[in-house]
Design a protein around this ligand. Sequence first.
Ligand code: 1GP
Length: 251
Amino acid sequence: MKQTLYDQFVERKKAGKRSFTVLIDPDKVDNAAIDQLVELAADAKVDYFFVGGSLVISNHLDECIKQIKRSSDIPVILFPGAPSQVSRYADALLYLSLISGRNPELLIGQHVMSAPFVKMSGLEIMPTGYMVIDGGAPTTVSYISNATPIPADKNDIAMCTAMAGEMLGMKLIYMDAGSGAKRPATETMIEKVATNIAVPLIVGGGIAHPEKAYLNCKAGADIIVVGNAIEKDPSLIKEISDAVHSVPVFA
Ligand code: 1GP
């Protein structure tokens, strides 16, 4: 049987290998920018692309993914800001439930409305406990989700939220300080979460330097996501990818 991407996540985690993911927001890239990102990502041995955004205003999600696929075999995983952001051209879908919030629509409501459509897509579905951490600025995700983020210094709340998510059956936990966060999630919080769950841990939001990506991995992040900083300076792809991949196994 073909190995799923999720199997690959678990295998990499077991082997102590960290992964680097470039987030592409279809609203922020044109064809030339996609080509450039894909080329840099292939050179830098990027592991995955996430595609999505809190708002996808433009209507070219399918086209964006098809274009990535034409020139690269890096897996494309949807990171949807809304149920409409489903494309059968991707490889998998982070099926996000906003477990840090108390907005029933984003915990289960939108899932119910879109379930048949999501199932019909044939995508690999990755049930993901999505935790928004206060990143020091009201980001699009906190505004759109109408949900209070976990305060940046409340490590125990983050830990308990992740534990509950895992026990509810989430296969991944994603700690997100929000795109362009002023303050990314702290290593203390990442470590607290990582040591209390067994499923792979994704960390993103406001990571702008290779050192921070490295420290997050040392603290227990399995998958690092960077979008904003790379949009501003695409040469960071290589630097951050090298940093993530240089973390010693079981550091
Ligand atoms: C946001 O985790 C992602 O949802 C990535 O954040 O754009 O700040 O890298 P940045």
